[in-house]
Design a protein around this ligand. Sequence first.
Ligand SMILES: C[S@@+](CC[C@H](N)C(=O)[O-])C[C@H]1O[C@@H](n2cnc3c(N)ncnc32)[C@H](O)[C@@H]1O
Length: 547
Amino acid sequence: MTTNQRIYSITNKSLQHSDDSSKSASNADLRHENLGQVLTSDVVAELMVDLLVESLEGNLILDPCIGKNIFFETLERKERETGKSFIKVGVEVDSRIPPRDWFSQRNDRKLYLQNFFDFTPSEKFDGIIMNPPYVRQEDLANSVVNSKQRIIRALERNYLHYIEKKQNLYVYFFMKAHEVLKDYGKLVAICYDSWLYTRFGKLFKRFLDENFQIQKIIHFEESAFVNADVGATVLQVSKLPLNSKQERRYAFKYVKFKELEDYKKKDVVPVTEACTLADLSIMDEELFRFPRNTFIRLSDLTRGEIRRGLSPRANKFFLFDEPKFKETVPIIKEVKRINGFIVLPTALKYIIKADGTTVSRELQTYLDDVRVKITRTGRYNSNKRKIGPDERWHEIKFVQPGNFIINYYMRKNVKFIYNPKNYYASDNFYIFDINIDPLLAIALLNCIITKIGVLKNSRTQGKGLRKIQLYEFREVPILNPAVLETEKTNELKKLGSRLISAEESNYDEVLCEIDQIVLDVYNKTVNTNVSLREVHEFFRKKMGKRS
Ligand SMILES: C[S@@+](CC[C@H](N)C(=O)[O-])C[C@H]1O[C@@H](n2cnc3c(N)ncnc32)[C@H](O)[C@@H]1O
């Protein structure tokens, strides 16, 4: 134990300023280091201090990486308002930034200029408040101050099984913080929300789950820090003793704001859910890999080009609910009229398809009438331009139909629709001809892995709407039917057939069976272990994102 540590551990009331320069990193070390110096804003500091104080028993508090000391300065304002008092212990490795004078002014403040991973207090803390540095594992590899070696040395005794190669520095700060907290002591921390989206986040979640009781997580999806435009989570947790066998599948409060500005406005109602950590498994899109051979492009599964449907004009005069003339043909116009996964006649409208030579007398009379109406109205300019010398003004360019269509504007879901009768489709659809068994195609195209491929290639239009461009759509990865064993192919065909004949209430059940088969193949070939619940949750959250 060092003298400095003894000072506050023996008598909390007589804390002294401690500047153990021998332990702080040298300026030469620091010059080339990424120390993750992203600062907490006043408003977030205020929120975090409130969360700490409301749940705290005892008065010994640590900030293990104080930076410019935003938390303790905020805490002191709270002390004045509430009459409570706390002993404030700060650690910071970069001796250039903390306000040393502030710490030396009073004896209930103490500063350790040293590396948190070397910090071995003899008394544990009642509370910890922190904004741990965010440093990617690639940068840790080149770090002197936060070298992997030093971190592992500090944590291996109790936390080795929570350590993995790809973790970010902030994860290790949570482990070290756990070590220096009293049992049932409180931790309030803000960190980047990357743990919700990344593979390393999975192990971090397990660490949190097994070592803390979570009270609240507040999620700012964007712009949470002063000098970094990223999302963040504020966690309010209390320490469970190491190896306690406590039941941990409890629900905590998860509060989500789109950005910090929404929180500041106070009148924006946050999304509040009671959930478990498992519910929070929002995975990274990068987790989904689509290796060649196992996956092929959608355009490799089609005969001919994928194309956009035809552009009808002056719908009022050219589209009908019934086949009004000999020259009308069925067309799929509105996606909302297609209930399931197959186009049925009830979904159709009818459009005039006539070239100049074969117009019937009825249609000709109708067209003459329409021509007069269009010329008189202020609307339908494109038709008007054609009317005049052009006798074939009513003709539009028909686009070759295909056996599958998809609406390229998507809300909440992605749905590939089988069009076995090759009806024409309008220009809100992409049209294509699939060159494998259509029943197998229905299953493969509508499985969750394809949907995630569509999601990845599409873009948000705001307000929960997404759009996929034609060139992006051609590239959507599809599980290569050639990698499927015959048995699986047959099962999928059967499920494809069930999907087009199912009642709406059974869609989810059939889709889940399809997803499970495809996911098993995916996990095996990509050598991963993603659960159905995780992929569904990922898709639901990402697809429903408003921007
Ligand atoms: C994200 S900043 C937070 C600063 C301040 N608490 C705030 O919220 O504005 C993280 C701080 O941790 C410091 N730091 C980085 N590695 C450290 C280590 N191993 N031990 C102690 N402090 C460290 C950095 O210098 C930086 O000041």
